[in-house]
Design a protein. Structure first.
Lengths: 108, 112
């Protein structure tokens, strides 16, 4: 059975801090890993990672995949209060297997 | 392009009542899924479908039924609502596996 584990489950930081969110996975027939951001509504898509060692970047957010060690990280630099959300990692096939998510709180 | 549309947005049911949560997508996506999200927990898969006429169970299927008579629609039926089914329900669709899913805006269900 596919399994996705995220850590930490909860993180509180101050504006301007840099954070690293972790996602490890055990899946059969791995093809890609997805990151989503969820505020008080439906998850919104951030990144899709398929190849090891290639960083995906969008503004202050970046993510990288290590297929050998079976994990991915999501980095957020210079955090802002608007980054407060749950960040979800998921592995797709015919359905999505989600991790529990990391609740990030950025305080002013 | 409407994307994935869920109705209703909010619903209160009494224990034992039945109802159907609607999900429709206009992107001609083959793959559709239903998730529930409880406070402090991630999304858990209820049922999913890989095409019209094909459905399968996810992690937490008990108490729910689905059908997929058309590509566009994937309704979720609660047979006899229980307080444990109080949750936020999300429908998602995808054209190809291994790629990003599009989520509906969710249905907040309370069973009293």
């Amino acid at each position: 059975e596919d399994k996705v584990v995220q850590s930490p489950l909860s993180l509180v930081v101050h504006e301007g801090d840099t954070v690293t969110l972790n996602c490890s996975y055990e899946v059969t027939n791995f093809r890609s890993l997805l990151w989503y951001k969820q505020e008080k509504k439906a998850p919104t898509f951030l990144f899709m990672l398929t190849s090891s060692g290639i960083e995906k970047k969008s503004g202050r957010l970046s993510s990288i995949l290590d297929k050998k060690e079976l994990f991915s990280i999501l980095n957020i630099t210079a955090t802002q209060t608007g980054d407060s959300a749950v960040y979800l990692c998921a592995v797709p096939s015919s359905r999505l297997t989600f991790g529990e998510g990391t609740q990030l709180t950025v305080n002013p | 392009n409407a994307g994935v549309t869920q109705t209703p947005k909010f619903q209160v049911l009494k224990t034992g009542q039945s109802m159907t949560l609607q999900c429709a997508q206009d992107m001609n996506h083959e793959y559709m899924s239903w998730y529930r999200q409880d406070p402090g927990m991630g999304l858990r898969l209820i049922h999913y479908s890989v095409g019209a006429g094909i459905t399968d169970q996810g992690e937490v299927p008990n108490g729910y039924n689905v059908s997929r008579s058309t590509t566009e629609d994937f309704p979720l039926r609660l047979l006899s609502a229980a307080p444990s089914q109080t949750s936020v329900y999300f429908c998602a669709s995808n054209q190809r596996p291994y790629y990003g899913y599009t989520f509906g805006s969710g249905t907040r269900l309370t069973v009293v």
